[in-house]
Structures are given as C-alpha cells and as structure tokens.
Write a protein that binds this ligand. Structure first.
Ligand SMILES: [Ca+2]
Length: 431
C-alpha cells in the first residue's frame, strides 16, 4: 500500500494547469490573398510568415497559424527550410503562457538543417495541432526550458534523433506521436516533473538494429517522469530505456528489437537509487529480455503482462552494493524463450500472485516452491491454465481481488481519467 502512495505522490506533481490566453490574438495565413507581414496580424489582415507572427508575441498572446481543412492540400504546408519549425524564443509568464495553435491541418516542413521546435530557454508555452516533418531533430534545446505544453502534434522523418528534451521541467506532452525518426524517438536528459500522456514512439531507428541506440524513449538523469497510456513499438533498439524515477501506467512496449523496457541505475559516473513503478503495462514480443533491470535499479510492477520475450521475460542483472527492494505482483509472465523471471542479482525481490505460463523455465534465482504458493489460488499454476484465453482475460481475473482497485485509490487521491474507455486495457479499472 505504501507503494501506491508513493505513486500518487509522484503523480501529484503533474497536471500543470493551462491558462486561457489573456493577451492579443494574431493570425498567420500564408495563402490568404491579402496576407503580408506589414499587416496588423488580425483575422482579416493576417501576417504572411510564421516568423513575423512569432516575433510579435508577448506573454498571454495567442498565435493562430492557418492551414487547410484538407490534410493533403498544399495550403496545409508551411515551408520551413533552413528554419526551426517553431522557435519558442520569447518567454511567456506564469499565468500568461504564449499559445501557438494550428487552425486546420498545418504541416511544418523543414529541410533537415534546423529543429522542429526550438526549446532553448523557453518558458510557459502551449503548442497545439502541428505536424513537424523533415527537421534535423524534432525538438532541441541546449538551455533549460520549463512549463511547455505540447498537444496533438506529430513529429516524423527527422535526420538526427526525434525529440530531444534537455533540462525540461514541469512540462507536458499529450497526444503526441514521434515516428520514423532517425535514432531515438524521445530523448529526455536531466528532466524533472514531465508528464507524457498518450504519447507514442514508433519505428524510430538509427539503422543499427539492436546494436545501436534507436530507442523509443531514453531517459538520463531524470526524476519524476510519468508515462500514461504511452507506447513504444517497433523501435530499432529498446522501447523504454530508462534511468531515474519513473511511473508507467497503462503503457505498452511492443516488438522493439532489443528489450521492450530496460531500467538502469547508472547515473553519469555515479549510481543513484531509483525506482520505476509499472501498473497495467503490456510488454509484448522483444528481441532480447522483455524487461531488463540492470545495476540494481528498482522495479515495482503490478497488473502487467510480459509476453513473448525473445529471451527472459524479466531479467535482473548485475548486483549493486546498495540493495533496492523490488516487487512483481498480480502479473502474468508467459511465453518467454528463457526464464520467466531470471534473478541473477541479489537484490530483494518480492513476488506475489503472478501467473507463469509456457516459459522455457519459469523462475531462476527464486525460491520456486514459495513462488508457487504465492500464486492466486483461484488460478492454478500452469496445468489448469487455459491457453485459449487471452492474457488480458487472465489478468482481469487477477484483478478481481480487492487489492487490485488501483483506479479507486487513484481517484480517491485526485487522479482523474478524462476518458476511461480509451484506457481499453486492464489495470486501472475497479470492477
Ligand atoms: Ca537502449
């Protein structure tokens, strides 16, 4: 139970409010017949260029960039060759963010030399509705940025890395997809208090397969990163390659070349304790271990499915001098080509009411007798397990237990799902 509370404390740090713009509204419409940059930037006399629109923004202002009703229409495309797609070079203020919003379909198209969003030193921005393609990186910022909220955006076909988020804090990505980018989809470095909600990192590749580092998500030196309803799939290396304190709720990591999820404790040249909480996650089909925990990183996993690992389902590797307590409960570990759970390191691991099914072998480094006794008594171990049932129907059985009412606990503590049906997948469901 204490672990749930820890999750809530972590989640409670997020959901920064987005305030209504209080300043002026400007319009950019490159194809309007009377558009010109000497205009006042109103709806009837719009600016022609994005650069002009960006240059006039003050805290609280809103910039509408007009595209097309038709996604494929030429008017949807703004040519951003040799320019950043959007340069967040003004600063909003605490209750006066600057909003930059696409009106209709807007594609910002680079030529590979600059970045989709330049975050350098940016603060208090709200960006919504754009497609960014053919930039050098999907986003970049060499100096800290904070309170940036990016919604309903798509980033694709970069030349180097997808989104690079460095020293990014108190910020949100919501309804964002990053796909077919070079190298890693989203690279977060030294970030703090970041919420990723419904973010999908797909088919990003550095061209080196499992030997490279084309991860769905990479985090280095980060604290307080929460992923809700996020996914990583078909990336050329790992799905989620994480260092730091993270929460993953209802996330999916599927068919990534190396591990679907990898947790590290390494933090620069130091080893810092960290813990990743996973609730209701699906790890499906990995080239190597489905979930790998290295250097004694901490894992708390509940109500999750670990299916079709190319090697181990869950592999604990490499001892660390300071033990971290790990927990795996109410989860199903099945169809691993090697052990379901392979604990080669000596960190404490509590396993409780899991189901192990058709792994090459179920458990190593664990007291198997004890592990079997800990299974949910309503679900008999292995031989009574109905293979025709989907893993999801099994996990639904598991969560009948009262202690599985995670959603209620979350809701009681102010965690709100705007659309429960979208969850669509186990766990966060009190029934
Ligand atoms: Ca990796």
């Amino acid at each position: 139970m204490h672990n749930y509370l820890k999750i809530l404390v972590l989640i409670g740090l997020f959901f920064p409010p987005v305030f209504a713009a209080q300043g002026k509204e400007y319009v950019v419409s490159q194809h309007a017949t009377n558009a010109k940059d000497s205009n006042p930037g109103t709806a009837s006399k719009p600016f022609k260029s994005i650069d002009k629109g960006l240059s006039v923004l003050k805290p609280g202002d809103k910039l509408l960039i007009v595209g097309s009703k038709d996604k494929e229409h030429a008017h949807a495309v703004y040519d951003r060759a040799a320019k950043h797609g959007i340069n967040l070079n003004q600063k909003g203020a605490a209750s006066k963010p600057i909003s930059i919003i696409a009106h209709g379909f807007v594609t910002l198209r680079g030529n590979g030399s600059m970045h989709g969003i330049n975050l350098d030193n940016a603060a208090h921005y709200y960006v919504r509705g754009f497609k960014f393609e053919n930039f050098k990186k999907a986003s970049e910022g060499f100096n800290p940025s904070s309170h940036i909220h990016i919604e309903d955006c798509e980033f694709t076909k970069t030349k180097e890395t997808g989104m690079r988020l460095r020293e990014w804090s108190d910020s949100t990505l919501r309804n964002v997809s990053v796909h077919h980018c070079a190298e890693t989809g989203l690279f977060l470095k030294s970030c703090k208090n970041v919420l990723l909600d419904n973010v999908h990192s797909i088919a990003n590749s550095d061209g080196q397969g499992s030997a490279g580092d084309g991860d769905g998500y990479t985090t280095h030196y980060c604290t307080g990163i929460t992923f809700i309803n996020c996914s990583a799939s078909k990336n050329s290396e790992d799905g989620f390659d994480l260092t730091g304190d993270h929460v993953l709720i209802n996330c999916k990591a599927m068919h990534n070349n190396t591990c679907n999820i990898k947790l590290w404790r390494r933090d620069g040249n130091k080893f810092k304790e960290n813990m990743t909480y996973m609730l209701g996650c699906l790890l499906l089909g990995s080239g190597e271990a489905n979930l790998k925990i290295s250097n004694g990183a901490g894992l708390y996993m509940s109500h999750s499915i670990v299916d079709q690992a190319g090697e181990e389902g869950i592999a604990f590797r490499e001892n660390h001098q300071t033990p971290v307590n790990n927990y795996i409960g109410h989860s199903i570990i099945l169809n691993s080509k090697r052990f379901g759970i392979d604990r080669q390191n000596g960190n404490p691991l509590e396993i409780k009411q899991n189901v192990y099914y058709t792994n090459a072998q179920h458990l190593r480094g664990i007291d198997i007798e004890k592990a079997i006794l800990q299974l949910n008594p309503q679900l008999k171990y292995d031989k009574d397990f109905n293979a025709s049932m989907s893993p999801i129907s099994h996990i639904r059985k598991l969560r009948i237990k009262k202690e599985a009412t995670i959603l209620k606990i979350l809701e009681d503590n102010g965690f709100v799902y705007s659309d429960k049906s979208r969850v669509g997948f186990l766990a966060i469901d009190p029934k």
